[in-house]
Design a protein around this ligand. Structure first.
Ligand code: IPD
Ligand code: CA
Length: 263
C-alpha cells in the first residue's frame, strides 16, 4: 500500500479535479431535478462529480468501499465498520451551486474501521483546500490550522437550517435564536462541510445542524478534530459515524463552556 502522504496527495488532487467539473458547469438550472424531501435538488453535475470520484478514488485505494450521496441508496452497511470506506458528497451546498451563492464544495472522507481517518474539503470557487489525516494535523492551502480559543460570546455561529425537513424548521431556528443571544452573530453558509472547516480554521466558534448525513460531516469531522475542535450530537453524546445524526461542532474555546441548548 502507498504511504499516507501519497494517499493524501492523490485524494487532494482528486478533489481539485472534481472542482474543475464544478467550475466548468453551465446551464445548471436546466440540469437540475428535485429529489425526495422539501427543496432537495440534484444537478447533473452532482452525478458527474460523483461518477468521477468513484472511479478516481477507487483507483487510488481499490480495497475501500464507497458511499456517496448520489449513489442510489446511500445507506451505511454493517460491513463498512471494518476496513476503509470513502464517504463522499460530490457537491455539498447544491442549492448554493444552483443559485451561485457560493461556496459549494466537494467533501471526501475516508473512514478506517468505522472512524474518520482522512478528510479533504475543496471549494473550487475560492480555491480553498482543507485537509487532515488522523494524528497529522489539519491544513488550509498548506497552512496548519487551529480552532479558536475564544468563548461563544466572542464567536460567530454557523447555523444549519435542516432545509429538507420542514418538521424541524421551528426547532432549528429556535436553536439559532438561543445562539444569537449568546454569540456575536449567526451566519448561514449553506454547506455543512464548509461550516466544519470554518470552525476548524478559527473563523466560527460553533456550527450545528439537527440532521446531517454522514457524507456532510465525515471529512469535516477529522479536519475539525485535528484542529483541536470537538463534535457531538445535540445532547452532547459522542458522534456516531454510521448514518444520519444531529451535529454540534465547536472550537477548543467554546468546548470549555456550556453550549448545548437543545431540550
Ligand atoms: C446540504 C448542505 C446544507 C445543509 C443540508 C445538507 P447538500 O447538503 O450541507 O448546508 O443544511 O442539511 O444536506 O444537499 O447540498 O449536499
Ligand atoms: Ca450533496
Amino acid at each position: 500500500m502507498m504511504s499516507t502522504e501519497e494517499l493524501l496527495e492523490q485524494v487532494k488532487q482528486a478533489a481539485k479535479d472534481a472542482g474543475k467539473i464544478m467550475l466548468g458547469a453551465s446551464d445548471i438550472r436546466e440540469a437540475t431535478t428535485q429529489k425526495e424531501g422539501h427543496s432537495n435538488f440534484v444537478t447533473e453535475y452532482d452525478k458527474k462529480v460523483q461518477e468521477f470520484l468513484y472511479k478516481r478514488l477507487g483507483e487510488i485505494l481499490p480495497e475501500a468501499a464507497f458511499m456517496g450521496e448520489e449513489e442510489g441508496e446511500g445507506i451505511f452497511k454493517e460491513e463498512y465498520k471494518t476496513g476503509y470506506l470513502y464517504v463522499i458528497d460530490p457537491i455539498d451546498g447544491t442549492t448554493n451551486f444552483i443559485t451561485g451563492y457560493y461556496p459549494a464544495v466537494t467533501s471526501i472522507g475516508l473512514m478506517k474501521d468505522g472512524k474518520p481517518y482522512l478528510g479533504v474539503v475543496y471549494d473550487p470557487f475560492g480555491d480553498n483546500l482543507f485537509w487532515a489525516v488522523k494524528g497529522m494535523g489539519a491544513y488550509h492551502n498548506g497552512k496548519r490550522i487551529h480552532s479558536s480559543k475564544k468563548p461563544l460570546a466572542e464567536s460567530v455561529v454557523a447555523i444549519g437550517t435542516t432545509p429538507y425537513y420542514p418538521e424541524l424548521f421551528d426547532k432549528s431556528l429556535d436553536l439559532a435564536k438561543e445562539y444569537l443571544k449568546r454569540c456575536m452573530d449567526i451566519r448561514r453558509s449553506g454547506t455543512a462541510a464548509w461550516d466544519l472547516c470554518l470552525v476548524a480554521s478559527g473563523i466560527a466558534g460553533l456550527c450545528y445542524e439537527l440532521v446531517l448525513c454522514l457524507w456532510d460531516y465525515a471529512a469535516g469531522a477529522v479536519i475539525l478534530e485535528e484542529a483541536g475542535g470537538k463534535l457531538t450530537d445535540e445532547k452532547g453524546n459522542e458522534l456516531r459515524y454510521d448514518g444520519n445524526s444531529a451535529v454540534i461542532a465547536v472550537s477548543e474555546g467554546v468546548a470549555k463552556e456550556e453550549y448545548l441548548f437543545t431540550k
